[in-house]
Design a protein. Sequence first.
Length: 324
Amino acid sequence: MNSFGEKFRVQIYGESHGLGVGIIIDGLPPGIPIHLEEFEHDLSRRRAGHLGTTKRVESDVPEFLSGVFKHFSTGAPMNIFFRNSDVRSQDYEDTKLLPRPGHADFVAHRKFLGYNDYRGGGHFSGRLTTAIVGAGIIAKKLLQPIKIEAKLIEIGGHIDFEAILAATIQKNDSVGGLVNCQVLGIPIGWGEPFFNSIESMISHLVFSIPAVKGIEFGSGFGAAKMFGSEHNDEIISMDGTTRTNYSGGINGGISNGNPISFNVSIKPTSSISKPQSTIDLNTGNINSLEIKGRHDVCIALRAPVVIEAMTAIALADLKLVHEI
């Protein structure tokens, strides 16, 4: 499915080289101020154009096809659309029957019987995260004064970003990264036990981001090496403040008033210039594939704002459910 949410519901659409990408938000209350200039900051954080990112640069100007009138949300479904303009579809014609290792090409061809749009990854492309960021901007407005802040903390296990990026570019390769996200000011009591826990909701959406391979809250997998006396967060205030935050701000799937903290693992970009082996979907023969086109060396560079957006969408839905 391409939709998510109970009260704050989003539906994403579009392909990398189609007319554009967009997202429909249903359940948004009326009267929320909507101004174009409010979108530029987050969209620019996702946009390419820096060391280690693709040379494909889109303008990313949001078009509101419905749900906005005189700069306010109307309460009707809001449709935000971003046109594609900087496309080079010819880059994919010679390899349309050679699925790129690490990409969704092979499974998409099988699942959709070859009818899928293969150009630039089609509906599986990171290009669709533009629409996610657009919805995240709206969700953040709904969540105020809660703050969501994500930042890249490692590239390929290193903190010297420029050095590892330069070395990776020199090798015609790609590299992964680690992003930390913090949610500040969230009240106690958001989230539902078991299937709609905060971890479940955030993880569901974060894992929907192309290239995400892992998520851990608080101490995460490190908790497996700790004793309970180390890991337990001692409560030192009636407002729920704890001495440590190994739980990542969540107990029993419910926010405990401390900052929600989690790390997200981003895999290396699958498109690389090094020769790789793949199968020819027409003949069944194994071929050598050297990918051309414009691709990110490190997609993690552009991931923090997308992770913020997905987190905001999950929390906006939980907020509206909590207020019933």
